[in-house]
Design a protein around this ligand. Structure first.
Ligand code: SF4
Length: 255
């Protein structure tokens, strides 16, 4: 059995589209673990392009966890890697969201359909982020990285999509992901629905782990109070400050 982990970002959509157009061998399905907190642009892209993939022979399956929208897991732990300040200094909560929202529902689905077959899981990591490649931690799944095999970078994926008349999707990540860089937060602020969700979650988690407050932004301030201006807007010169705008989520959501 061969599957694609479809996050609906640039790289995984490129993988699925390459299968759809016959540049890569067929897969049994492309599976999307819906965190239910993705950007509105990601959902719009998925709604538009899932039917196209299906029409070209790529079956798209969407899975999600129970209690998906809960920020707190059943053991009382916060799922997202929020920032805090404790008496020992700055800290960050251990990340459970990738496992709870992505890995678990995908594996549960795979187990329900694989009929004891081994599974080759294609992951949309490109050459420029090869350091995110990992071996699978379960025996029945082997991870494969076709974009790295083809030495394709993220920009190559964008060029490939454009060459084939396909839409380039926005980056895929949760609206409130604590790993967003400043450039990403600025983009989110420009999208009122996404910003509203991020602010709402930031407020909702504040007192989730007393006695220390929690924040989605690394400044450990309420999100709506964070100064997201560029150094130039602040009147400073900068050639180094701004992280890569094109970088995928440093949350290392492997799926
Ligand atoms: S994008 Fe961020 S918040 Fe969402 S599952 Fe990944 S690490 Fe967690």
């Amino acid at each position: 059995m061969r599957i694609i982990s479809l996050g609906w970002g640039v790289q995984s959509f490129t993988l699925a589209a390459m299968v759809a157009l016959g540049e890569l061998e067929p897969v049994d399905f492309a599976i999307h673990a819906d965190t239910t907190h993705e950007f509105s642009g990601t959902y719009a892209h998925a709604a538009k392009w899932a039917p196209w993939l299906e029409a070209h022979g790529v079956k798209v399956v969407t899975v999600k966890n129970e209690n998906q929208r809960d920020m707190i897991n059943r053991w009382g732990g916060l799922r997202i890697p929020a920032y805090t300040i404790t008496k020992k200094g700055d800290g960050q909560v251990h990340r459970q969201c990738t496992g709870d929202w992505k890995i678990q529902p995908v594996r549960r689905y795979i187990q329900s359909v694989r009929n004891r077959q081994p599974v080759e899981q294609w992951i949309g990591i490109s050459l420029d982020e090869f350091q995110r490649m990992r071996d699978s931690d379960v025996k029945y799944i082997t991870n494969r990285y076709p974009l790295v095999e083809r030495r394709m970078t993220r920009n190559d994926c964008i060029a490939w999509l454009e060459r084939h008349g396909l839409e380039v999707p926005p980056k895929s990540a949760c609206t409130f992901c604590p790993f967003h860089n400043t450039a990403e937060w600025r983009k989110i602020k420009a999208s009122p629905a996404d910003w509203q969700e991020a602010v709402t979650v930031d407020r909702a988690i504040r007192k989730a782990r007393p006695p220390y407050d929690l924040f989605v932004h690394s400044s450990r301030k309420p999100l709506e109070e964070v100064d997201l201006r560029t150094p130039e807007e602040k009147g400073q010169m900068s050639i180094f400050d701004e992280p890569d705008e094109n970088g995928e989520c440093s949350g290392v959501c492997f799926l």
